[in-house]
Each structure stands twice: as structure tokens, then as C-alpha cells.
Design a protein around this ligand. Structure first.
Ligand code: GGG
Length: 351
């Protein structure tokens, strides 16, 4: 008998608990044998313990096959405290070096670009996830004086660039065969030029993939003007974050976008999360779109060897996008729970 899939649910802050409740409902409807455990970490945990997660959080997480995270961020705490205390600590501590973000417009979801539809928006972003501009290297001196100085160093290593670039090439080979590398190596002459060299060297091992080097600002414009020309994008940590908010807008908004933080071929549990944050303006109202969290569940199933269940979740999400129910951010009137229940029912029917 195969052992159950052990998933840690980490609802976190704001709308996190609402969307993770629906993701859980859908996960349970797949029929996959599960062992689920909720981890009460986040800003409420910080208020009680003075930290976002327990000291042995990484050890605890390593005991699971995967983690499903809702959101982090709370008005009572500085954003850098909540992000570094939980999400970035998990990404770096577990060395989850690739952040995979599909940006596909599901039929039935309105596209903000006039005249464009699902055929135009089908991109995959591979974001470097442990170094670059998010390395956490730097400091501040002479605080509060007119001589104050702040340094935020971007750290790029050849090995760190190489592994994520090769992973992106592999995806491009499986998709439409085009890899776009996004940098700003005309202005930032050290880290991004190393990145460019690594891309050129890796390209020799993927002759079937056409590579293009595009400056990140030009890529933002192209994503809006000609999204159909973009297949797989590989980008540094910060650029990947920014580009995928633009991409999320093209696929119907942040509520729809999903992501997987993974360390391929390492055996380390992946961390799966909707791209959106805690959305304090709508938290507790039951109106948040659970699509990004449910889509992240499909990525979790796919990455843990349950491709059939993942496909059933995606097809149920596609059906809800086409026929409803939908939340108000994508043109409907349904609640978070109504969408979750409808998707879970379709998954169960197909099981
Ligand atoms: N879904 C987790 C979450 O709250 N993400 C918000 C966020 O600010 N993420 C930063 C990042 O992905 O770098």
C-alpha cells in the first residue's frame, strides 16, 4: 500500500485561512490518501511568541512531503519582519531555488487587454528563488542621521544561476521551445552579466530551444503588447517577482495566480502558494478568490507524483472559470466558499 501524502497546511495571515480552507476542500476531494496537519504560524504566532515560526520550523517542515501556504503580511508588523520571518526563511532555509509560476488565462476569465484571450496568454515564469536581489546581504549605518547609508547587495553565484537557468531550459524544451532571459545587464554590470554568460553556456546543451536575452523593462512592455510571443521566462528573484505580478494581471488578477517553490531532484518538500499576499482590505469577508490557492494545490499534486489528480483539479478550475461560480474580482458574485465547494464537487465527480 502506498503511504499517504503528508501535507502541512500553513494558512498564515489575512485571506490566507479563507483560501487555504478551500484548497484543502479540493485536495480532500481528489481521493488521494492524505495526512494533513495545520501549522498555526504567521503574525498571530509572532504576537504570542515574538517570531513568525518556531525555532525548529525547518526541521518540522522537512517531515512533510509538501507545504501549502496561504499568505503572509499583517498591518501590525513591518512587512520585512513577516516576509523574512516566514516565507523567505522557508525558501532560503530549505534551498527552494526555483519558483515556478504559470501564467495562463483560463477560458471564461476576462483579459484586461482588449481583443486578447486565452490563446494569447500562456507563459511560464521560472524565478530564481534564493539569491539575487533577495539575498538579505547588506546593512544600514548612521541610522537616523543625515549621513545615513543603506546597502542592499545582490548576490549572484554561478552555481545558483546555472541550476535555475537549466531548469528553465528543460521547461522550454517541453513547451513551445522559446526561452526568454530577463535581466538589466546593460546597467548592472556584474550579477546580470554573469547571468547572461551562464545562459549562453547552458544554451549549447539545449539546441532545440531558441534563447532571447531581453531587458526586463522591455519585457514588461512586450508582455502587455504581445503576450503571445512569450513562452518560458527565466528571471532573477526580484525581476521574477515583478514580472509575475504583470503576468497575473494578464491572467485575470492576483487572485488567480499560483506558484511552486521547489528544489528539483533534492527530495526536499516543496512550498506551494498563491502569488497574492494577505489582502487585508478584503480579509474576513469571504470574497477572496481561492483560484490561486487551488491551482497551487494542483502544482503540489503534480510535483509529488499525482499527475492525474492534478489534471482533475485543473479541469475543475477551468470548468468553474467557464461556467461559474466566480468571485467578484473575475466578474462573478460568488463567495470564496461557493467557488471552493463547486470546484471540489467537480473534482469528486471526476474521481
Ligand atoms: N502567498 C504568500 C504571500 O503572502 N506572498 C506575498 C509576497 O509578498 N511575496 C513575496 C515574494 O513572493 O517574493
Amino acid at each position: 500500500m502506498t503511504r499517504p501524502l503528508r501535507v502541512a497546511l500553513l494558512p498564515g495571515d489575512g485571506v490566507g485561512p479563507e483560501v487555504i480552507a478551500e484548497a484543502r476542500r479540493v485536495l480532500e476531494a481528489t481521493g488521494v490518501a492524505l495526512e494533513l496537519e495545520e501549522l498555526p504560524w504567521g503574525s498571530a504566532f509572532w504576537r504570542e511568541h515574538g517570531r513568525m515560526m518556531p525555532e525548529d520550523a525547518l526541521e518540522i517542515v522537512r517531515g512533510f512531503d509538501a507545504v501549502l501556504l496561504g499568505a503572509v503580511g499583517d498591518a501590525s508588523l513591518p512587512d520585512d519582519v513577516t516576509l523574512w520571518g516566514l516565507l523567505l526563511e522557508l525558501r532560503q532555509g530549505l534551498d527552494l531555488w526555483a519558483n515556478v509560476r504559470p501564467a495562463r488565462l483560463l477560458p471564461g476569465i476576462p483579459c484586461p487587454l482588449a481583443g486578447r484571450g486565452p490563446d494569447d496568454v500562456d507563459m511560464l515564469f521560472i524565478r530564481e528563488n534564493t539569491e539575487g536581489e533577495y539575498s538579505g546581504v547588506g546593512g544600514r549605518a548612521h541610522r537616523g542621521t543625515s549621513a545615513e547609508v543603506a546597502i542592499e547587495a545582490s548576490v549572484f553565484t554561478r552555481a545558483g544561476c546555472d541550476r535555475v537557468v537549466r531548469y528553465a531550459f528543460e521547461h522550454a524544451r517541453e513547451r513551445r521551445g522559446v526561452l526568454t532571459s530577463a535581466t538589466k545587464s546593460n546597467a548592472s554590470r556584474y550579477g546580470y552579466t554573469l547571468w547572461d554568460e551562464v545562459v549562453r553556456a547552458a544554451a549549447a546543451d539545449f539546441p532545440e530551444v531558441r534563447v532571447e536575452h531581453v531587458l526586463v523593462d522591455a519585457l514588461c512592455a512586450r508582455m502587455v503588447l504581445d503576450p503571445a510571443s512569450i513562452d518560458v521566462v527565466v528571471a532573477s528573484n526580484l525581476f521574477g517577482d515583478v514580472l509575475t505580478d504583470v503576468a497575473a494581471a494578464l491572467q485575470g488578477g492576483l487572485g488567480v495566480a499560483a506558484s511552486a517553490n521547489v528544489a528539483p531532484d533534492s527530495g526536499t518538500p516543496g512550498l506551494f502558494e498563491p502569488v497574492h499576499g494577505s489582502a487585508p482590505d478584503i480579509a474576513g469577508q469571504g470574497v477572496a478568490n481561492p483560484t490561486g490557492a487551488i491551482w497551487s494545490t494542483a502544482l503540489l499534486l503534480e510535483h509529488t507524483g499525482h499527475a492525474d489528480a492534478a489534471a482533475r483539479v485543473m479541469s475543475a478550475l477551468e470548468s468553474a472559470a467557464r461556467h461559474g461560480p466566480k468571485t467578484r474580482d473575475v466578474g462573478g458574485e460568488a463567495s470564496t466558499r461557493e467557488v471552493g465547494e463547486a470546484v471540489a464537487a467537480r473534482v469528486a465527480d471526476a474521481t
